[in-house]
Every structure is written in C-alpha cells, then in structure tokens.
Ligand binder design. Structure first.
Ligand code: EPU
Length: 410
C-alpha cells in the first residue's frame, strides 16, 4: 500500500492562519531511547512524537530483549539513528553487533568516528560481510577522543558509552546541537557526570548504571519542525503562530527570514509569522549548530525561489543533499547545481503543479512547501518519508487552512 499527499496550491497567495503546535524532537527522542540502556530502572518519556523512526527504534530496543548485543539487521538498516544504540549497548553488555546503518541518502555517511572512538576506548572491531562486531574486552576505558570533523550522532554515541566506562573520557570537536546538551543534563540528573555541555569539549567521568527514579524525560520541541513551519508561514502565511517551541534554538534561520523581509515576532516559546508580498534574497551556508541547520536547507531553497535577486546555498555538512533541485526546476524554480555543495537560486519564480516523489525526509517537506506555493494541485508520493519526521502533517497543516489530504493506493 502506498500513501501520498495531495496539496492544492495557493498560487503564491498568503492565506494560512492560526496556531500550530510543535511536537517533540525526532533527533532528541531517537537518542533518549538508546540512552535507556544505561539505566538500572525505567525511564518515562513525555512529549514523544508519533513518527516512524520512533517506532523503528522501539523495535530495535525490543529486539535487545531476546539478544542483548545484536541490533536486528532488517530494522537497523532502515535508519541512521540506529547506530546511536551501539554506544550504550557496548558500554553495558561489553559487545555489540550491528549492520551499516541506513537512513536518508544524503551523500556518504561514514561511521569511522564511531569505530575509531570505540577502539580508543579499548574495544576491538571486526567487520564481516554484513555486520560490525565490537567487543569491549572488559569494561570500556576512558579515552581522549579528538574528532576530525563534527558529528552529531558520533558525539552522542561516544558520550553515552563513556557514561559507563572506567575513568574519564574527553571528546574534542564535539557537536553542540542543543538536543545533545539537553540529553546530557538529563543523564546528569540521573547520576552521570558530564561537563562541557554546549561547548566543543565534553568531559565524561564514567560510573555506575544511571537511575531515573521516576524523573521523566520530557522530549524538547523539534527545532527542525519549528523552522519548517516558520518557512511555510513565510511562504504562505497571513498570520501564523507556532507554539510549543524554543525560538532561541533557531536564531540564525529566523534572523535570515527577517532579513529577507518576513515579519517575525518571538516570545520564549512562540513564533508569530506574517508573510509579506515581496522578499529579498538572502545567502545561506549550512553549518553545525549554532549555524544554519542542514536539515532546513531544502525547505529554505523553496523560500529562496520566492525571493527577489540571486543567491546561493553552500551545503557544508553533506555532499548529496540537492536531490530535490531537479523537480523544483520542473515546477518553475530557477536553480542551478554548481557542484555537490553549492546551488544558485534566482527569483522570484512562479511555481506550477507537479506529481512529486519525496527523495528523503527534508526534501519531501520541501516538496510540500513547493506544492503549497504552486498553482494547481500537486501530489507527493512516498508519504512515509515525510512521516519519518513529521507527525500527521496533513491534519496539522489543514488546521491552518491548507487543502492537503493523504491518499492511499495499492
Ligand atoms: N561523518 C563521517 N564519519 C562519521 C560520522 C559522520 O565522515 O563517523 C560525516 C558525515 O558523512 C557527514 C558529517 O560527518 O558528512 C556530519 O554528519 P553527522 O554525523 O553529524 O550526521 P548524523 O549524526 O548522521 C544527525 C541528524 C541528521 C542531521 C545531521 C547534521 C540524527 C539521527 N540525525 O545526523 O538529521 O542532518 O546530524 O545536523 O540526529 C534529519 O533529521 O533529516 C537528519 C538527516
């Protein structure tokens, strides 16, 4: 059974109105679930979004009940975050076996940082046809790990492994995404000793299993969903208020929207956006936090297609994240891929309807935005890719006045 979204475009008009609440962050819940392996007791999670990737991670955790150290291949191969489980499992049970993780195809997504980190902590790594087998050789040992590049999941995985290791681990050139600091604070409240949160140097003193003792982990609001809604509201909103969010985690994207001419007003946990009739082009360069998030790159390209002038996007994190461009060009956008890291965009250009197929999660969301702006009715196949990160998006966007529905076909 296949599902697709059908969107009636607004033909450039700014009509959406009302409030939309942000759900819990995918890239936070996908890390707290593996973190539960570090605990002696149960952890209650609150504000968990109903998205596909959460179900997959739960299935992986279920699988560990039968075999403590093997991540099920058929599931782990389907999403990148599966690799985060390797750190806690290795630290707690002394071994872990897992396949190369799947996930959105965004270019090469290597796992050398993980493997080298585990080796630095005293583990041995054996790779056969389809599995990596890692053995801790006793307890993992604290180590001084220097990342050659910044990786979100490698930072989280090794930070969690270090929580149960012997002695101190230092991670240099660590990622500073706010979800990482948020997770570390929670682990600390349950007995971990992590310092240096939100800086590039993390220090972790290893210790015993953690205890939540009834303290819930409240999943923080999804920063990328917040930004996606802000871009949607800029493109098609008359007056939209995004609630249950943390605008301070989105300073760079929000300031770029404001620079383009979008009316942006924030409080501590809301963002009100009023669309304007004309926007100025803005330059975008993706960067690790606190820079412009790569996960908002494709949605922002749609916004830029509606701005006056010429601008470019420099994608510095991934080398295959422009797969959405060809379809937007067919819809009428003026975009040129200069190389795997740079596109040029000229606007504003009128977009027209197209039958689309999501290339990946964020690319799919970008298509949804393009379909909203376009003239005519567009369809977006592979709805499940959008469902991986956005809970029942059609129900929530309908409430803002967008004509969007989910269709099922054989
Ligand atoms: N990299 C390596 N070796 C490694 C690990 C990473 O070369 O061992 C490279 C990657 O190939 C990439 C760069 O480092 O070029 C950064 O990748 P990173 O590891 O930071 O990405 P990730 O941890 O796999 C997380 C998010 C992504 C988000 C990126 C960047 C999760 C589950 N995923 O991925 O989210 O784009 O950080 O912020 O946290 C999404 O939500 O749509 C998504 C793709």
């Amino acid at each position: 059974m296949r599902e697709r979204f059908v969107v009636e475009g607004l033909n450039g008009q700014k009509k959406l109105q009302g409030e939309i609440a942000v759900r819990g962050a995918k890239n936070a819940v996908l890390k707290i679930l593996p973190a539960t392996v570090l605990f002696a007791d149960e952890v209650e999670l609150q504000n968990v979004p109903h998205i596909e990737d959460v179900d997959r991670m739960r299935e992986l955790l279920e699988g560990l009940k039968t075999n403590q150290t093997i991540l099920r291949k058929d599931i782990a191969e389907r999403f990148r975050a599966s690799i985060v489980l390797t750190g806690p499992v290795l630290a707690r049970y002394g071994a872990v076996e897992f396949p190369f993780p799947g996930g959105c195809v965004l270019g090469e997504r290597a796992i050398d940082l993980f493997l080298n980190g585990f080796k630095a902590m005293g583990a041995s790594v054996v790779e056969d046809d389809s599995y990596f087998k890692i053995t801790a050789n006793g307890k993992l040992k604290g180590a001084h790990i220097i990342f050659p590049l910044v990786s979100v999941t490698a930072t989280e995985t090794l930070m969690m492994a270090a929580v149960l290791a012997e002695g101190e681990t230092i991670i240099e050139n660590a990622a500073m995404e706010p979800e990482i600091g948020y997770l570390a604070e929670f682990l600390n409240s349950c007995g971990a000793q992590i310092s240096g949160m939100n800086t590039p140097v993390l220090r972790i003193q290893g210790g015993e299993l953690l205890r939540a003792e009834g303290k819930p982990f409240v999943v923080p609001p999804d920063r990328i969903e917040t930004g996606s809604f802000a871009i949607l509201a800029a493109l098609a909103g008359k007056d939209v208020t995004i609630t249950n969010c943390d605008p301070s985690w989105l300073n760079v994207p929000l300031s770029l929207l404001a620079q383009a001419g979008v009316l942006v007003e924030t409080t501590q946990n809301t963002i009100r956006i009023r669309g304007a009739s004309e926007y100025r082009m803005v330059p975008v360069r993706t960067h690790e936090y606190p820079g412009f998030p790569t996960d908002l790159q494709a949605p922002m390209a749609v916004f830029m297609s509606q701005c006056a002038g010429e601008g470019s996007i420099l994608e510095t994190i991934f080398d295959g994240r422009f797969r959405y461009v060809d379809d937007l060009v067919v819809m009428g956008a003026d975009m040129t891929v200069m190389n795997p890291h740079r596109i040029l965009i000229r606007g504003p250009k009128k977009l027209t309807r197209k039958n689309l197929e999501s290339p990946d999660l964020r690319g799919g969301l970008a298509y949804l935005l393009a379909a909203t702006v376009a003239e005519g009715t567009s369809t977006i196949d592979n709805a499940y890719l959008i469902d991986r990160g956005y809970e029942r998006i059609e129900e929530r966007l309908s409430k803002l006045g967008l004509s969007i529905k989910r269709e099922t076909s054989q």
